[in-house]
Ligand binder design. Structure first.
Ligand code: ATP
Length: 443
């Protein structure tokens, strides 16, 4: 990893996110609820931008990937077929002294409480992670249903309907973005392990003898998504091949990021064999085979999956982008103060440019410029407070370009654009600002 990498403390990141309206604890006025997070104005903008980038890259830019938006609650049989009701569990242990609960696989010593140090732990018990609810007015087992634990199962269930409607032939994919719920035993590391989160998944259906080629292809595509489209330094990412594979799988890997708390998974790429389709065939009684029109052959397609968490990607971008800039503040003549800056990729920054008139007297032309660019980019207008404070605020929410309309602008029809990262400034003609920004932001 590069030497200048100095991970931000999670406390600082959490506090910046709260202060600047990126992410806050859900139900905060009631003391919060563990494992649930709300996204404020700038957090929503970031999350949507990342989601849209994924959708464009995975669906809209490809002719062989279709979209789906299924419900969160499905027929309970879906989760029987997928194996979730039976197997989707973690072993948990409790400390008999302080009553804290842990996931067994996250303890270094299963007989010692890492919190209070007591050596009295309960025997491990299996704990199912599916969130349960009831559908209809009667709250009994016949009306029990589950919030989906992953977005991919409805893809398998709808596979034939989507294929038919889209007239796709193998190989092709189906993608979905949506909420997933897991009753995690120990939610932690801010949004990294939440109980409600967003997944972005794509299931790619292909012939079995081509599956490993597609697996390599998707590994490469997903790596490029992070390193090229989101600009995450390759040395803060790594690929971990799974050693223990499910019996039906031929390969699986995790893409991990160096979070301040250690390496953490952001995405999995999995060879899933024909497991899901054959299980749904068994449980539903429907023929899930693909019919090759030319050869007349019927078979179950093999599936390669890409599965990532939107909240973890956003957390990665925030952790990767957070910096405290002492040198720059010193340059500006302030000895003690540090400049906090979020170096978010301009394509997904919540605010891509801010228009800041030097004085309220310049509001009319500055607003005209703002109205012109806001149609094409996410732009904010701010005329309150000193220009220095306004820059600071924009730095903290990750705005890559600040446009200052000053008194000279009236005469030379130009504005000053300040770069967030280098803090350098350049003069650009008002008529060129929109094109200049677009060129810099989307290339
Ligand atoms: P972990 O081992 O961290 O629990 P997993 O291997 O169970 O994750 P998958 O089931 O492969 O995760 O889910 C795919 C993606 O969904 C993960 O790479 C992650 O980005 C996201 N994800 C999974 N669980 C959570 C969670 N509790 N909170 C936020 N995102 C999650």
């Amino acid at each position: 990893m590069s030497e200048d990498y100095n991970p931000v403390s999670m406390d600082k990141l959490v506090s910046l996110c709260k202060r600047r309206g990126l992410i806050f604890q859900s139900s905060e006025i009631y003391g919060g609820i563990n494992g649930f997070w709300d996204y404020g104005p700038y957090g929503v903008a970031l999350r949507r931008a990342v989601e849209q980038l994924w959708w464009r890259h995975m669906v809209e830019d490809r002719e062989n990937v279709e979209g789906l938006d299924s419900t969160i609650i499905c027929h309970p049989r879906v989760w029987e077929a997928s194996g979730h009701l039976e197997q989707f569990s973690d072993a948990m242990v409790d400390c008999r002294q302080c009553k804290k609960r842990y996931r067994l696989d996250q303890l270094d010593n299963p007989d010692l409480c890492p919190d209070c140090g007591a050596g009295e732990m309960t025997a491990p018990r299996e704990f199912n992670l599916m969130m349960k609810t009831f559908v209809g007015p009667v709250f009994d087992e016949d009306h029990a249903a589950y919030l989906r634990a992953e977005t991919c199962q409805p893809i398998f269930v709808n596979y034939e309907l989507v294929r038919n409607a889209s007239r796709q032939k193998l190989p092709f994919g189906i993608a979905q973005i949506g909420k997933a719920f897991r009753n995690e035993i120990n939610p932690r590391f801010f949004t990294f392990r939440s109980r409600e989160f967003v997944q972005m998944e794509m299931e790619f259906f292909c012939r079995d003898d081509e599956a490993m080629q597609w697996y390599d292809y998707w590994r490469e595509q997903r790596w490029r998504f992070y390193t090229e489209l989101l600009g995450v330094p390759a040395d803060r990412l790594r690929i971990q091949d799974h050693e223990n594979l499910a019996h039906y799988a031929r390969a699986a890997l995790d893409i991990e990021f160096a979070f301040p708390f250690g390496w953490g998974e952001i995405e999995g790429v999995h060879h899933r064999g024909t497991w899901d389709l054959t299980r749904h065939e068994e449980y539903s009684g429907r023929d899930m085979r693909y019919l090759d029109q030319e050869s007349g052959e019927r078979f179950h397609p093999t599936v390669v999956e890409t599965s990532c968490g939107l909240d973890r990607i956003c957390l990665m971008l925030l952790a990767n982008g957070y910096a405290e800039d002492l040198a720059e503040t010193k340059k500006a003549g302030k000895q003690e103060d540090v400049r906090v800056v979020l170096r978010l990729p301009p394509r997904v920054a919540p605010v891509q440019a801010a228009v800041l008139p030097l004085s309220r007297k310049l509001a009319v032309p500055a607003r005209a410029l703002f109205d012109q660019i806001r149609r094409r980019l996410r732009v904010e207008y701010d005329e309150t407070g000193s220009i220095g404070k306004r820059y600071r605020r924009q730095d903290e929410i990750g705005t890559p370009y600040c446009i200052t309309y000053d008194f000279d602008s009236e005469n030379d029809h130009s504005v000053t654009i300040r770069h967030r990262d280098r803090m350098s400034q350049e003069r650009v003609a008002v008529s060129r600002v929109a094109a200049w920004l677009e060129e810099k932001i989307t290339g």
